[in-house]
Write a protein that binds this ligand. Structure first.
Ligand SMILES: *Cc1c(COP(=O)(O)O)cnc(C)c1O
Length: 337
């Protein structure tokens, strides 16, 4: 048996999703004529209580467009040191936006208004102008740790008071919403921009949506063209995203339950020193020997996973192509190590 726990990006379209893609009404999206894309953008915006949205090829592009929309060259943004926008987008903040980054060190990547406030630069020619805060929910490098809306509200209030924009890297926002029970629609009240990935746990093959007010999205369309992301009959992909929003959100709780089962099994494994308590679909754990040793053993049993963050850490990611019998199998393999 092969079990792929490397990432929630490895999912393949389900038969229902393929059918939705097959029957998508498409057109030239650069002309604004792709019905399936227009529908997806409107649907996603409505879910999050935002005015408008733009479909992009990747979450990296939605984040980079957001940062460009919300900053000017020579500005600075504030994010946690685990942030995807900083660590895993190839240095794009500096390259695309000419913006510097002030890093915080929140527990499991979760930052607070108290941590942010002293890092906002005073008006002074020596300092970059702080103009943006980026939160990530769930926190990837924090092992899928969630922010609740109650934790976000004081950050949003601080940003408003200080004239900063607030962007959410919501690559796994639905995992957070399923876990916390918070209302997606309320999110629109607190963020200036939201990136939502369709190709992670939601299971679409490609794509991410950036949500914001109409003016910002108008500018984002210009930026998407500049970044080379103006696609034509991409409604076939957007239809997969719409299908995922309709059918693959509630089932994320299954992935979360699976993550807990694997975490419990790992806690008993002599090769493992510690397991980060999972909150959603990610399980991070540390190994006695270098991660490569355990990864090799897992690979011998057809279980694929990746090392992350440091040499003794492994990440398991649950998603819709990991079925209950595969989870059972992984538990058995772990127990045999
Ligand atoms: C995957 C991911 C993204 C976007 O990645 P793409 O591969 O560019 O779609 C953004 N933020 C986080 C936290 C992610 O995990």
């Amino acid at each position: 048996m092969i079990v792929d726990l490397r990432s929630d990006t490895v999912t393949k379209p389900t038969p229902g999703m393929l059918e939705a893609m097959w029957s998508a009404k498409v057109g030239d999206d650069v002309f604004g004529e792709d019905e399936a894309i227009n529908e997806l953008e409107a649907k996603a915006a409505k879910i999050f209580g935002m005015e408008a949205g733009i479909f992009c090829p990747s979450g990296t592009m939605t984040n980079q467009i957001a940062i460009k929309c919300f900053t000017q060259p020579l500005d600075e943004l504030i994010a946690d040191q685990t942030a995807h926008v900083y660590r895993y987008e190839g240095g794009g903040i500096a390259f695309n936006s000419s913006v510097s980054t002030r890093l915080l060190n929140g527990p499991r990547g979760v930052i607070t208004a108290e941590m942010i406030e002293p890092e906002i630069n005073a008006e002074n020619v020596h300092y970059p102008r702080t103009s943006l805060v980026v939160l990530e929910n769930t926190v990837n490098r924090g092992g899928g740790k969630c922010y609740t809306l109650e934790e976000i509200k004081p950050i949003a209030a601080l940003c408003k008071a200080k004239g900063l924009k607030l962007h959410l890297d919501g690559a796994r926002i639905f995992n957070a919403l399923i876990k916390t029970g918070d209302s997606a629609e309320e999110y629109g009240k607190y963020f200036n921009g939201i990136s939502v990935c369709l190709s992670k746990g939601l299971g679409a093959p490609v794509g991410s949506v950036f949500l914001a007010d109409k003016e910002t999205i108008k500018y984002a369309r210009r930026l998407r063209k500049v970044f080379g992301g103006g696609m034509r009959q991409a409604g076939f992909l957007a239809a997969a995203g719409s299908y995922a929003l309709d059918h693959h959100v509630q089932r994320l709780s299954i992935d979360h339950a699976h993550a807990q089962i694997l975490a419990d099994a790992l806690a008993q494994c002599p090769m493992v020193t510690s397991v980060m308590p999972p909150e959603t679909n990610l399980v991070l754990f540390d190994t006695v020997e270098p991660a490569t040793v355990m990864l090799q053993k897992l690979a011998e049993h057809g279980i694929k996973a990746l090392s992350t963050a440091h040499a003794h850490r492994i990440r398991f990611v649950l998603h819709l192509d990991v079925h209950p019998e595969q989870v059972e199998y992984v538990v058995k393999v772990i127990a045999s190590l």
